[in-house]
Design a protein around this ligand. Structure first.
Ligand code: ZN
Length: 403
């Protein structure tokens, strides 16, 4: 540590010169104290839940840490817990045994990497699990889920001092990407408990930002799990009566092709499905309404089209009607290049009404996404309001195509 920080300082001096350092970056004297850091406000129970969900590592097929949180939360609410054969969790709250079967679902996995090969000099080559832009790979911190516990790794960046001008705007492709765990040989990496096939998750700390905004990794789809758990907490705490049997389903392996949802629907046998997802917010520079239409602070969203399904139109309109009655703003979103677990519910058996409700999210599938608390709270409220209205007659009417 000492030698690397010494190098950093020497490089910096070589570039900017000592006079700038002596004057300080903002012209203050060199001996001035750094500004006091603002003390962050304490997190409430919901924000603590979101922080825990966001920071848990869980690339596809390596969802253990997330599953632990989901099972603990639903068990604390008195729920019965079942699992499908791919590790999805199906929770049922007590006293909820009659009426149509409504599957509320979010996925536990996040985009990540897998150890492919360890080089003789101790670097780790990887494959991608899920959709990650190659430009999001370098210069990041990661958690390798090895057999002796988690190991922190970094993807380095080619040093600017040795990069020719023609290469400075060029992104390192996946084939050139590698992880560095501080080892000097393959044997050392193996002694850390790392071997080919191990899952790798982004490493990124939760941050509370102004305007009730939360920065963190894996909002896709930990924010959906958060909505499910927060809604179940409220239903239990407030004694909300539901006319349906609600199956709270946390799926696996969504990011590599909705695989957990495909098996979980066979276990849940839903009459109707509500997928809860990270939406695609398009309210920052370089992205606009021809890509996506949600924005932070505009309330939860409903997808009218994605690449995996067109939702049941009656159920979609039902969400807008309930949102209006409950005074929850609801945003439509139309985009492609995005699939979600609702599609597996839609195609279950002979077909079921299904919809995808979202919490708008900026920068998803990167190390730091941003959500807004008011959108999250709106999604929880709307979900509860919808569930209280889904009785047998309503579900039958939504599912009917009789002219
Ligand atoms: Zn997702």
């Amino acid at each position: 540590m000492t030698s690397s920080s010494a190098h950093t300082r020497r490089d910096f001096l070589a570039v900017v010169g000592t006079a700038a350092i002596a004057a300080g970056a903002h012209g203050s004297p060199a001996h001035a104290q750094p500004p006091a850091r603002p003390v962050p406000a304490p997190l409430d129970a919901t924000a603590q839940l979101l922080k825990a969900l966001s920071e848990a590592p869980g690339p596809p097929a390596f969802e253990e840490e997330v599953r632990r949180i989901v099972v603990a939360e639903y068990t604390a609410l008195g729920a019965g817990i079942e699992y499908d054969g791919l590790g999805s969790v199906i929770a049922t709250l007590p006293g909820n045994t009659s009426g149509p079967r409504v599957m509320v679902t979010a996925h536990m996995d996040e985009v990540g990497l897998m150890v492919q090969h360890i080089t003789p000099d101790g670097f780790i080559r990887v494959k991608i699990l899920g959709g990650i832009l190659e430009q999001a790979l370098p210069d990041q911190r990661w958690t390798i889920l090895g057999r002796n516990g988690p190991v922190t790794a970094i993807t380095g960046l080619r040093t600017t001092h040795v990069t020719p001008p023609s290469q400075r705007g060029v992104v390192w492709p996946l084939e050139d990407t590698f992880l560095d765990v501080g080892a000097t040989s393959r044997e050392e990496v193996e002694k850390m408990g790392i071997r080919p096939g191990d899952g790798i998750a982004p490493l990124s700390e939760f941050l509370a930002l102004p305007n009730g905004r939360y920065a963190g990794k894996a909002w896709d789809d930990r924010v959906g799990l958060g909505v499910m758990i927060a809604a179940a907490r409220r239903i239990r705490a407030e004694g909300v009566k539901l006319p349906a049997q609600v199956l709270w389903v946390a799926t696996t392996q969504e990011e590599i092709g909705l695989r957990g949802a495909q098996t979980a629907v066979d276990k849940a046998r839903p009459d109707l499905g509500i997928s809860i997802e990270a939406g695609v917010s398009a309210d920052y520079p370089a992205i606009g309404p021809t890509q996506a239409q949600e924005r932070l602070g505009g309330g939860p969203g409903i997808f009218l089209l994605d690449s995996s399904m067109i939702p049941n139109r009656k159920l979609r309109d039902f969400f807008f009607d309930v949102a209006q009655q409950a005074k929850v703003p609801l945003q439509p979103n139309v985009l492609t290049g995005y699939g979600e677990d609702g599609a597996e519910i839609q195609r279950y058996d002979s077909g079921r009404p299904s919809v995808n409700m979202t919490v708008p999210t900026r920068y998803l599938h990167g190390h730091t996404g941003v959500i807004q608390r008011s959108d999250f709270d709106g999604a929880v409220e709307l979900l509860i309001q919808v569930l209280t209205r889904l009785d047998g007659a309503r579900v039958a009417a939504l599912a009917s195509f009789a002219p």
